[in-house]
Ligand binder design. Structure first.
Ligand code: CMX
Length: 149
């Protein structure tokens, strides 16, 4: 079968992570460690997104394997704070990795999909990120991330 390398789906390279909203980051990290032997591979505070977050995985996993992003709110009126108030703890997002966020964004916009930000914002470890509105993504908040090189 011939594969057209120019079609937009070639811009999606991996399932990067699933994001889980939690009220208490340390409690959540203890849960993943004690129950599954998973560890925080990266922790950071992202003021713009209103979160303290951890990327959780297995200590020796493949560098490209999908992770769990544990998201705790910096305040009650942050996105995660409001999500917790409305839904309680749980799955908040699915994130796809891309090697060309700009091209993928243009493709999605041409399909009538609403991106939340007119321009990408800063995500985990300096990645460029944007989101597809859950109403345009099958009821799932879909993050797109282009990792920093
Ligand atoms: N997953 C699925 N559906 C969701 C959702 C989510 N996480 N968040 C909201 N929705 C749905 C709601 O159920 C609601 O549907 P109904 O109208 O049928 O009830 C609709 O979307 C609007 O919901 P809302 O409660 O009014 O939510 P807001 O408009 O306040 O916010 C959204 C929704 C997606 C715009 C907001 O969550 C957002 O800006 N997200 C992007 C930023 C983000 O998530 N930052 C934290 C993570 C940071 C990171 O990953 O780095």
């Amino acid at each position: 079968m011939d594969i057209d390398m120019n079609v937009p789906h070639e811009y999606v390279t991996a399932i990067d992570h699933v994001g889980v909203a939690v009220p208490d980051l340390d409690e959540a990290l203890a849960y993943y460690r004690d129950c599954y032997g998973m560890v925080a591979l990266h922790i950071e505070t992202n003021e713009e997104q209103g979160v303290k977050e951890a990327m959780v995985g297995l200590p020796n996993q493949h560098p490209n394997a999908a992770l769990i992003q544990v998201l705790s709110p910096l305040s009650e009126d942050s996105t995660i704070g409001k999500f917790l108030a409305k839904n309680g703890p749980g799955l908040q997002q699915l994130c796809l990795r891309t090697n060309n966020l700009d091209a993928l964004s243009e493709h999605l916009k041409a399909q009538g999909k609403r991106l939340l930000y007119p321009e990408p914002k800063k995500g985990t470890a300096g990645a460029r990120i944007n989101f597809v509105h859950p109403k345009d993504a099958g009821g799932v908040l879909l993050e797109l991330t282009e990792p920093a090189s």
